[in-house]
Design a protein around this ligand. Sequence first.
Ligand code: ARG
Length: 461
Amino acid sequence: MKKMWAGRTAGSLDKIADDFNSSIHIDSLMYKEDILGSMAHAAMLAEAGILTPDEAERIAKALQQISLDIESGALPIDPEAEEIHMFVEKVLTEREGELGKKLHTARSRNDQVATDTRLYMRAKTYTVRRLLLNLIEAIASVAEAHKLDIMPGYTHLQRAQPIVFAHHLLAYAEMLKRDVSRLDGARERMNFSPLGACALAGTTYPISRSFTSEALGFSGYLGNSIDAVSDRDYAVELLSVFSIIMMHLSRFSEEIILWSSWEFSFVELDDAYTTGSSIMPQKKNSDMAELVRGKCGRVYGDLMGTLTMLKGLPLAYNKDMQEDKESLFDATETVIKCLEVFAPMVRTMKVKSENMYRAAERGFINATDLADYLTKRGVPFRSAYKTVGEIVAHCIEAGYVLDNMPLEEYKKYSEVFSDDLYAEISLESCVKKRISAGSTGYDSVDIQINNLKKYINKEGK
Ligand code: ARG
């Protein structure tokens, strides 16, 4: 096929090289953004007197029609085309003749592709944002329903201290809130227009970069034309944000997988989000959570691939950069799919509070509170810590838990112990006594849930 850029060369590429060079399979996803960018550019050319108003109007109408035709399927995107920019321009020229050839005045594919990608990703960040908020909302509703349910809190995956299930879930909401904020920040920094930077050096035409930037909803235009066509920081930033989201989802997935095991039995996922085994009839596997955990690696790979592609790349545009969209769009779609399945999976999971409570009863997770009991009665904390350690060792040997070791036995360790110790170290009282801000205490968790609801209302869904 004869190339539109044929001139210096004959424009006939080896077939294998042509396919290798082509990006249509990936950049055709941005056909709408490409057309919107061209419409803004044509309107600006008219404003600058480079096209007549009539020419600009004809181009705008034709571009609009191309967009509609691609959308309806009447105009299939040619898989043999080099890329979406050339494809649109070629169809425009077929439909409008010589006029179509005027569109590319004062523009280059280098500023065009950067503009398209920024516009495309801007829309995607709103989708991801909405899905993050939807997951936060799912967490808030499960937390609300289980704000009194006591479970063991863990460190080193060893039972550590009693907490309420809501408190644990709310930790994930905090992570996701930071993800929303990171995403907003990345979008704000990305939302500047490269259009008008042209190939790299700008143009001799009297264009208005603020015109196109405003028309396309950018906050402004990039101030250095070389930077405008070379910069892919936005891709790296978004990939970092997506990687962090996936890291959060994979930690959450891991816990859901553990909690769903027979060994924990803290939750049971709804049938809609589990699969069976082809040979083991008893199995109910947490495939969705496992897949999310696995896909985290894929998104990290997209980030690393992009960083490595950019490393040491000289200014300005280099064809290496065509690779950016493969990683960026793959990560975007992966994050979207993971979030889409995650929120309803969390919302519908059955929480087995009795099992959580039973697990909390064992494992001496009120030992810290027993040490606090002594400390509050004048025993220095380090001595109290040592005494309680000895008591725990004795309990394990004698088959007690702290709650049922007789008072006479306690007295052997310290005269300070009296009958009120049992009430103080009950799981409920351990939770209730946690009064510090952000803690697992019932009042504190109520505050956290209310704050989260306010956040959801403020940020919108
Ligand atoms: N397909 C190219 C990309 O995605 C578009 C820009 C091409 N520019 C060029 N000078 N060949 O990066």
